[in-house]
Design a protein around this ligand. Structure first.
Ligand SMILES: [Zn+2]
Length: 395
């Protein structure tokens, strides 16, 4: 048994820190109270620190690299190269205090091999919920992401493509309901892609198999169709209006914000300098509108689950907690709201009730920070202890 002693421990439901010790056994929290370590027990001292559940990022691409702004550079890698990049990204993410990720577009299922390596103990990384390849209509963007896109046109083809992802071990299905920002020059980020019928086909197969669906959406009508089709989360939501946000709030559709994709790009000179003009123009043109849509989403009561799009240019793996900072500073969330988006709300989207809370019975995924996060949420970007399933991976 292991004891985490001396910390101020966050109850995410009440939003309060309290001085309590955490008893851990078999990778789970078994006690919250005063430590009574036995002679064989291990004691981890976090005195004077603030202790929170490990953070959950609901939108990453672990297989992508982030130093260049040109997608063609990533496209040229061999799968062996991708595997090494992915393992490095997974480790950086975990050491930054992100103990769970949802990857919404992998690369030739390499990320599944990396997850397997982590489970076997030969690589280090967070818990990984994986989509496999993302499902898309025929598009020239495939040349940017040949390992990520699974092209399917028509409802039957979408059903087959979804089944292929599940057969490879996918935990969810990702669909492209609209055009993307970081896409080919001929793809319009404001265009509708999958039809309502195609979206319904993906949802049917996923839900019949107890999996959920994440829908990439910028365009407004694409968001309406995705919500009508019954998807579980909308990714990005750039061109949302009040009507669709009210519909999401009523239906319980979760919004995954990915503010980092724009904000971190513009803080990285090299990524900006190497980005093709048509991509840079789109990112510049729509970033403010995206943030404004997220502000309205929060005001209208849409559930927001933290997600960064880590893996896009300048959006480096391991900077994930900045999303919470941006949700606070730009989107208007209080610190505890931002923390809930990265813990309990994310866990609910992943259908993982034993994640996102420090409670008896929960997985012992725990982080500690040296400053009070309510005074400065940037504390989350400087974790001093990371525990995954009861093992200290950073101290
Ligand atoms: Zn993405």
């Amino acid at each position: 048994m292991r004891w985490l002693v001396g910390g101020e421990v966050l109850d995410v439901d009440t939003g309060e820190f309290r001085r309590v010790d955490i008893g851990i056994d078999g990778g789970r929290i078994v006690e919250l109270g005063a430590a009574r370590p036995g002679v064989d027990d291990d004691v981890v001292d976090v005195s004077g620190r603030w202790v929170l559940p490990g953070l959950i990022d609901c939108h990453v691409h672990l297989t992508l690299t982030t130093d260049t702004g040109d997608p063609m550079a990533d496209a040229a890698r061999t799968d062996a190269h991708v595997a090494l990049d992915t393992a490095a990204a997974a480790e950086r993410t975990l050491l930054a205090g992100i103990t769970t990720v949802r990857d919404v577009g992998g690369w030739n299922y390499v990320e599944m091999a990396v997850r397997d390596a982590i489970r076997r103990g030969i690589a280090r990384g967070p818990r990984m919920f994986l989509a496999g390849r993302l499902l898309s209509i025929t598009t020239s963007t495939v040349e940017y992401y040949p390992g990520m896109y699974e092209v399917a046109d028509g409802a039957d083809a979408v059903r087959a493509a979804a089944r292929r992802q599940l057969a490879r071990g996918a935990d969810l299905i990702k669909v492209m309901a609209t055009g993307a920002m970081l896409s080919s020059e001929t793809e319009d980020s404001r265009a509708i892609q999958f039809t309502l019928d195609e979206l319904k086909a993906a949802v049917e197969i996923a839900h019949d198999n107890f999996k959920h669906v994440a829908a990439h959406c910028h365009a407004l009508r694409g968001m309406h169709q995705a919500v009508d089709a019954g998807v579980d989360s909308i990714e990005h939501g750039t061109f949302a209006d009040d009507e669709v946000l009210r519909k999401m709030a009523a239906a319980g559709t979760v919004l995954v914000p990915t503010v980092c994709a724009g904000e971190l790009l513009f803080r990285d000179e090299r990524a900006v300098a190497t980005m093709p003009d048509h991509l840079l123009e789109r990112m510049r043109a729509f970033n403010d509108q995206h943030v404004e849509a997220l502000r309205r989403a929060r005001e209208l009561g849409v559930t927001i689950a933290m997600g960064t799009d880590a893996g896009t240019p300048g959006n480096h793996h391991g900077l994930n907690a900045w999303e919470c900072v941006f949700l606070h500073r730009l989107v208007g969330m209080s610190p505890i709201e931002a923390i809930r988006s990265a813990t309990v709300h994310a866990a609910r989207l992943l259908r993982q009730p034993d994640l996102g809370r420090l409670a008896v019975g929960a997985h012992a995924d725990v982080i500690a920070v040296d400053e009070h996060p309510f005074d400065d949420l940037e504390a989350l970007t400087r974790v001093s202890m990371v525990m995954l399933a009861g093992d200290v991976v950073r101290a």
